[in-house]
Ligand binder design. Structure first.
Ligand code: WT7
Length: 660
């Protein structure tokens, strides 16, 4: 057996299936015929999806792929993204529809904004940015809390053709400075601070520091526009700093949106590379907007009366595509929440769902697992019956977390769509369709209509059903990244060189095809372990651990082993109701993995820990866990969301319990 086949021999068995609710299937936005329609004429299909958008000038060619991997979509078309997200809904008589139900973290701090009001706000901000000297093509950095002004600023930038780069508010001044320098941002929009975990946390000081650091890198930021959110004291430099309420509140609400080329840059989103400096992923206007609008409508089966909530931060691509551009292009009513799930207490998210009658809810597996850990009494105490569809994004969702999500949050009524995509893909690529697909817990299923994906071997040949390999996208798609900002070579090298002969896009994930041909994303190929010549997926073993009733969350890494090359080491967080798990917990869990997957996957070590090291976007940092597992000094922790976590883990371990 080859290595890839052996991965397969160790498959978790998952037999549960969840059919689409009959009522949903009967009125679904997309039905099964869309797969064939799209496959028969992919470009024709994407031409039809482009009709969701209002074009100032029609395109003359759907796709120009004459110079791969540099794509041009909707060639010759002109449009304004902000007009599409705001004005056209007002013109269509829907100005009184609520666009955003803003919920601040302090209880009672709410504000609802209609599309007509949003149009005024975006126009004012566009006029103010223009007055500050921002012109089409200039870059604007946004470093803000999750408040309506953040959305307004993104749309105002789009309206005047100034690409934005949103930097997550949890990032340090160093991270901000390097991004300001890399994209040569002319203006920064920020706030004095925002509310997180029950307190006002500052943002403006980091901008001041970043501006000084950017200066030493040879880049000067001209203006800083500051929203007063918390009323904190701020340092002020009159030559640079401008209050939002001075510049925007008094600006005219009249602003004529200019039409830009379909390939005009819309934004740059930085994402971490495996090494060195972050990559500025460039998305352009027409194809990106079509991709976001279409997928948001199809995958969430969006209806006019839905109340939608995506819990991502606008500092990540999920916030760009599924809070701002997709939902607003579709004229949705949505919730925007500033704070953390546990402030002022653990039921906050469920309170928000109950209060606003949220019907579609989109969040990440890391959040779901933390709710599993806390126990179901908390959501059970709220009325969540408005929910009709649940989504997951960001990492593989373990089958057990999927079932818990569907059962406890969705009351067994709601389909769960496990959506696979990346910052680079711009919009959802692989997902169930809620009115078509019988869902399998843990599988993202198949590419959505219009998207072509494969699982291939080392040589780029499709693997048969029942095998694993590299996940590739085999055809260009409208919302694809166009390049890495300022670095076409790195773009080619990073994404298009591995399968250059075939012309496939590969961005680092491994996947397997089950016996039905459905896809199971296994996570980054760098995370795959090799134990005695068997390729084992970290995700799979983690899912086996999470399927044990006492386990809330697990992270698995391969550690060097004299006998087997690598050995499986697991870090496990127990559910609160399980207490300390009992004296035999480690033996019990090892036995469980052996039963679920097989002896080859049995962890050599299991460590019970209070927390796991995660990046600010919730991804487990396995590199640090490998350091622990291999008894090394723990490496660079600067990208951790909470840098004290590694201390917690180490101190917990020296307490004794865990190792076998
Ligand atoms: C990576 C992309 C997608 C927007 C948020 C993260 C992992 C994402 C899934 C999923 C399994 C997933 C992949 C991917 N990932 N969604 N449904 N199942 N893995 O964007 O930070 O660019 O990360 O997240 O490894 O490559 P990102």
């Amino acid at each position: 057996m080859s290595n890839t086949d052996q991965t397969l021999a160790n498959l978790l068995q998952e037999d549960r299936r969840f059919d689409p609710p009959a009522e949903l299937a009967a009125h679904a936005n997309l039905t099964a015929e869309a797969y064939d329609r799209a496959a028969a004429d992919r470009e024709g299909f994407w031409a039809a999806q482009a009709e969701r958008i209002t074009w100032a000038e029609p395109f003359t060619q759907v796709l120009d792929w004459s110079d791969p991997p540099f794509a041009k979509w909707y060639v010759g078309g002109k449009l304004n993204a902000a007009y599409n997200c705001v004005d056209r809904h007002v013109e269509a008589g829907r100005g009184d529809k609520v666009a955003i139900h803003f919920v601040g973290e302090p209880v009672g701090d709410t504000r609802s904004i209609t599309y007509a009001e949003l149009q005024d706000l975006v126009s004012q901000a566009a006029n103010a940015l223009t007055d500050l000297g921002v012109a089409a093509g200039d870059r604007v950095a946004i470093y803000m809390p999750m408040i309506p002004e953040a959305v307004v600023t993104m749309l105002a930038c789009a309206r005047i053709g100034a690409p934005h780069t949103v930097v997550f508010g949890g990032f340090s001044s160093d991270a901000l400075a390097s991004r300001l320098e890399d994209c040569q941002a002319k203006v920064v929009v920020t706030a004095d601070g925002g509310y997180r975990r029950g307190a006002a946390s500052a943002l403006k000081p980091a901008v001041d520091e970043a501006r000084t650091k950017a200066e030493t890198l040879g880049h000067t930021v001209e203006k800083v526009l500051v929203v007063r959110r918390t009323g904190q004291e701020v340092e002020w430099d009159d030559s640079v700093d401008v209050w939002w309420h001075d510049a925007v509140d008094g600006a005219s609400t009249q602003h004529t949106p200019e039409a830009f080329d379909a390939e005009h840059p819309l934004y740059v989103m930085y994402t971490s590379g495996t090494t060195g400096k972050p990559k500025g992923i460039l998305h352009t206007t027409g194809g990106y907007l079509v991709g976001c609008s279409y997928t948001h409508w199809a995958v969430f089966d969006l209806k006019d009366d839905d109340v939608y909530w995506c819990t991502a931060d606008i500092g990540w691509v999920t916030g760009h595509s599924y809070i701002v551009y997709g939902p607003l292009a579709n004229g949705v009513t949505q919730v925007l929440y500033e704070g953390t799930p546990d402030s002022p207490e653990r039921g906050r998210w469920w309170d928000i769902i109950e209060q606003h009658g949220v019907t579609i809810f989109y969040t990440a597996p890391t959040a779901i697992r933390s709710f599993m850990k806390q126990g179901r009494e908390i959501p059970d105490a709220r009325d969540l019956s408005s929910l009709r569809l649940l989504g997951s994004v960001g990492e593989p969702i373990n089958p057990e977390a999927y079932v818990w999500y569907r059962h406890v949050i969705g009351g067994d009524r709601t389909p769960v769509v496990d959506t696979w995509w990346q910052t680079e893909t711009g919009s959802i690529m692989i997902s169930p369709l809620p009115g078509v697909t019988a869902g399998k817990p843990g599988s993202a299923m198949i590419p959505i209509p219009g998207v072509a994906a494969e699982v291939v071997d080392e040589e780029g040949k499709p693997v048969p059903n029942g095998s694993g390999g590299y996940l590739v996208l085999t055809e260009p798609w409208p919302s694809m990244l166009r390049t890495i900002w300022g670095d076409d070579e790195r773009f080619k090298e990073t994404y298009w060189s591995r399968f250059a002969k075939q012309g496939y896009y590969f961005a680092g994930d491994g996947a397997k095809k089950d016996s039905d041909g459905d896809l199971w994303v296994l996570g980054r190929v760098d995370d795959v372990m090799n134990v005695s010549g068997h390729r084992l997926s970290t995700t799979e073993i983690e899912s086996a651990l999470v399927s044990h009733p006492k386990v809330a969350e697990a992270a698995v890494v391969g550690a060097k082993d004299e006998d087997t090359g690598q050995a499986v080491c697991a870090f496990v967080i127990l559910r609160e109701e399980a207490g300390d798990g009992g004296d035999d917990i480690v033996a019990e869990l090892r036995k469980h993995v052996r039963k679920e997957i097989g002896p080859i996957a049995t962890p050599r070590q299991i460590m019970i820990v209070p927390e796991l090291p995660k990046t600010r976007s919730g991804k487990i940092m396995r590199r640090l866990l490998r350091d622990v597992a291999e008894n090394r000094e723990v490496g660079d922790v600067t990208t951790l969301a909470d840098s004290s976590v590694m201390d917690l883990i180490s101190s917990g371990l020296s307490g004794g319990k865990g190792d076998e």
